[in-house]
Design a protein around this ligand. Structure first.
Ligand code: NI
Length: 177
């Protein structure tokens, strides 16, 4: 179990594009394990490598009990349908804003063993895949809000209790048994 601190809004690693993974090695498998453990400890639906300070194109998700990861993802919307829905981010704790996303997407990429993977998702899974892929491009979901909503969100972020902390450590729930 390796739970890692989660970088908060404002950390430069969250605001620049991540690099493609070249080596599908032991370090990559450790990164996927760290992301998965940290995501679960934080109770998140997804986590991208830059959020734990690693500038590589890798993310994990846990949506409706389905846990997965993608390396070097390429995401394509399926159809034109979009949906406005509440969204949050472990790098922007406690705050949620409605964000417009494609309702259906297909994502291709690789697993940690270098095997090709294709994931199709709708609704929450599609939203998570789009949100996490944005992280790999240095884009946070508040960047996608319309200008007035974004300005209001940035003011709330600036005033948040965690502002200026740099990172936070998810608490691992320890079973009493
Ligand atoms: Ni996020």
């Amino acid at each position: 179990m390796s739970v890692t601190p989660i970088r908060l809004f404002g950390d430069p690693v969250l605001h620049r594009p991540a690099a493609p993974v070249v080596d599908f090695d032991k370090e990559l498998r450790q990164l996927v394990a760290d992301l998965t453990d940290t995501m679960h400890a934080a109770g998140g639906a997804g986590l991208a490598a830059p959020q734990i300070g690693v500038g590589l194109r890798v993310f994990t998700w846990d949506v409706d009990g389905e846990v997965g990861h993608l390396v070097n993802p390429d995401v394509t919307p399926i159809g034109e349908e979009t949906e406005d829905g509440p969204e949050g981010c472990l790098s922007i704790p406690d705050l949620r804003y409605d964000c417009r996303r494609h309702l259906y997407v297909a994502a291709t990429g690789w697993n940690m063993h270098g095997e090709p993977v294709r994931v199709e998702g709708s609704h929450l899974l599609a939203r998570a895949v789009q949100h996490e892929t944005d992280h790999l491009d240095g884009v946070l979901f508040v960047d996608r809000l319309d200008p007035a909503a974004r300005e209001a969100a940035l003011a709330e972020i600036k005033a948040a209790e965690w502002a200026g902390m740099g990172a936070w450590m998810p608490r691992v729930e320890v079973s009493p048994h």
